[in-house]
Design a protein around this ligand. Structure first.
Ligand code: C2E
Ligand code: MG
Ligand code: MG
Length: 620
């Protein structure tokens, strides 16, 4: 829950607050239609009811002026909206107290007109414990009600308070960020959805705040200072948004907000937001820190039906489309061009889920050759998206999207599965199979299930780990070396070979790459293409070749296109290549033909010369 949730809601039974009471009742009614009861909380509520001999009970969460009932027992949905006003009293009138009781609601002018009291079965007794979160903010109440007027014994109050402690633990675990204590994504989406359905405001602006370079800050100043910064920022955001809007901490360095009101007022508020993020934060251990963020926003008319999750996704998409400098905060609005992007994300997910109306992913293979020995030494698996309207879509158009929208693991795993299946099929057909290289994104490399899933696939298709190679780029390594290096070692232990991909394009941090073992260095295309005609490129190539020798790794030259470059490489003894000069990436069917031709040629005594190799690949 964010700090602004501490603001006392308006008292629902004051004469000038009749409209507000009605609104709260409406909110609670929507809460019922939206939510399933939470089974763990239900268990605690049931115990609380039994412990004090009540008849009904529930957990009410207060967020700004809204009430949410994630647990309700013995409550007819009809009664819940009316009971909501009891909770607002506890929060408003007794936020400092640790217990609130109405012994006989008939005799209490605040509640005597409440429909729960007025109508059968006439709930007269109400007892509630305010739920105070670990950082002092008020979450809501655990409440019970009964039809008999009475006063709870001290022992019963204690029990109710004990149960409330359990509810707080459970709520904080599920609905709050453990770092800032603010509402998490679930709560944000829930309240936003309520707002979309019942807000009296004409419009809403949904925003996604993604801090830039925060990982580095964590590295430099330590995780505790990082968390402190997040808490301070969360507090500023809560104050900036105000009590009638929403703010949440989605996790890590990402926040969300929703501002209800006229769009006209939002532009100036966004300027204020950029400013408050960039104003220095003073840390407890001393020193000031400045933050910058990518802020994606999505304007929405409340009259138009909308899904909270889709609005937040759109704001997220807008934020991730900002190619930001780390030096200032930037706002980007979700518009037509991003709509197309979202459409693509939607279609990609559908294709990954097997919906053929949006095409299918296909794995193509690009041969890797040792032209000195005249043979095929491997293949790189390269994903493509065969789309009904767009045609064959290359990975540069969708890998980034998949990475930014959390779909990359599913994609990389689909490629891995296809590769295992193809390898098995080729082997069963008696073809001379060669190892296949895979490109795993960082998220895939670090995914908690990746090793388990890989082992399962290897076993299922009867594939030896030596038949696979994993390409890890330098940037993947450097960003999170301490996480990636042990992962890479675990893959190696399964027999997979490791290649450093696109070598030379990053920092070429020898210290970093020397800290984990690898088998192959793939020289990036920019140090191969044109190497024969440029002294500068040639010099850089020689450097990289020296590094491969130093690490006793095989050197594989990517992107070979020209004969002159081939001759230059041959003179330097760089014989392993992958490039269009010999072959572009091919379909699996085409690879079957290549392997068939190779098998025939292997029977011949003399190794193939480069022109023969090229011709063979051209012809099959
Ligand atoms: P990469 O791993 O560096 O793959 C090599 C890219 O260079 C491929 O582009 C390949 O077609 C292209 N290429 C090879 N030889 C030549 C040449 O002689 N000239 C030119 N101009 N290009 C050449 P592609 O297939 O478009 O793949 C681009 C990138 O997409 C790959 O770069 C890789 O980073 C990524 N990628 C491909 N498949 C996957 C996948 O299954 N998962 C993930 N996570 N990434 C993938
Ligand atoms: Mg690669
Ligand atoms: Mg590469």
């Amino acid at each position: 829950m964010d700090n602004s949730a501490q603001a006392a809601p308006q008292r629902s039974d004051q004469p000038d607050a009749v409209g507000e009471r009605h609104r709260l009742a409406e909110v609670a009614r929507y809460a019922i239609t939206l939510d399933q009861s939470d089974p763990k909380l239900d268990l605690i509520t049931t115990l609380a009811i039994q412990a004090v001999g009540a008849e009904i009970g529930g957990v009410s969460i207060v967020h700004q002026s809204q009430i949410w009932l994630p647990s309700r027992i013995g409550v007819d949905a009809r009664h819940v909206p009316r009971a909501g006003s009891f909770c607002t009293w506890v929060v408003g009138a007794a936020s400092e107290a640790d217990f609130f009781e109405v012994e006989d609601a008939r005799a209490d002018p605040r509640f005597s007109a409440n429909p729960l009291v007025l109508h059968a079965p006439h709930y007269l007794h109400y007892a509630a414990v305010p739920l105070h979160g670990a950082r002092g903010y008020l979450l809501g109440t655990l409440w019970v009600m009964g039809t008999q007027a009475r006063r709870l014994a001290a022992q019963q109050v204690l029990m109710l308070q004990g149960m409330a402690g359990l509810v707080v633990d459970s709520l904080e675990l599920r609905y709050c960020s453990d770092v800032t204590g603010m509402a998490n994504r679930t709560v944000f989406l829930h309240h936003l959805q309520l707002g979309l359905q019942q807000s009296a405001q004409p419009q809403v602006l949904v925003g996604f705040v993604d801090l830039m370079g925060f990982r580095r800050l964590n590295d430099v100043f330590g995780r505790e200072s990082g968390n402190e910064l997040l808490r301070l920022l969360g507090h500023r955001l809560g104050e900036w948004a105000g009590a009638h809007n929403l703010v949440a901490h989605l996790g890590a360095d990402k926040f969300a907000f929703a501002l209800f009101g006229e769009h006209a007022g939002h532009v100036a508020r966004l300027d204020g937001l950029k400013q408050l993020i960039s104003e220095p934060f003073t840390l407890a251990q001393g020193g000031a820190q400045v933050l910058h963020a990518r802020i994606g926003v999505n304007y929405h008319d409340i009259a138009v039906p909308g899904s909270a999750a889709a609005l937040l996704d759109a704001a997220d998409t807008a934020a991730s489309a900002i190619n930001g400098s780390y030096l200032r905060s930037t706002v980007k609005e979700y518009g037509v061009e991003l709509l197309a992007r979202s459409q693509m994300v939607f279609e990609l997910q559908a294709a990954l889920d097997g919906d053929v109306r949006h095409g299918a992913l296909a794995v193509h293979y690009q041969p890797q050759l040792n032209y000195g020995e005249g043979r095929l030494i491997g293949m790189e698996a390269l994903v493509r998206w065969q789309h009904p309207q767009r045609g064959l879509v290359l990975p540069q158009h969708f890998i980034g999207l998949a990475e930014n929208t959390g779909k990359i693991y599913q994609l990389d795993l689909a490629v891995l599965r296809q590769v295992c299946q193809d390898l098995r099929g080729w082997r069963d057909a008696g073809l001379p199979v060669v190892p296949v290289s895979l490109n795993f994104s960082r998220r895939t490399l670090l995914h908690p299930q990746v090793l388990g899933d890989l082992k399962l696939l290897l076993r299922r298709f009867g594939i030896d780990g030596h038949m696979l190679e994993l390409e890890v780029t330098e940037s993947q390594l450097l960003d999170t070396l301490e996480l990636v290096a042990p992962r890479v070692a675990a893959f190696r232990a399964l027999g997979l070979r490791i290649a450093v991909d696109d070598f030379g394009t990053g920092y070429s941090n020898l210290d970093a790459i020397s800290s984990f073992p690898f088998d192959r260095l793939k020289v990036d295309r920019q140090f191969v293409n044109g190497v024969a005609g440029s002294e500068r490129v040639a010099g850089l190539f020689k450097l990289i070749q020296g590094i491969a020798e130093l690490f006793k790794a095989e050197l594989l030259c990517e992107g070979l296109e020209h004969e002159a470059d081939l001759a230059w490489l041959a003179a330097r003894g760089a014989h392993c290549v992958q490039g269009w000069y010999f072959s572009k990436a091919r379909t699996a069917d085409s690879i079957v033909r290549v392997l068939g031709c190779m098998r025939q040629r292997c029977a011949a005594a003399a190794p193939l010369t480069p022109p023969q190799l090229r011709q063979l690949l051209d012809n099959c």
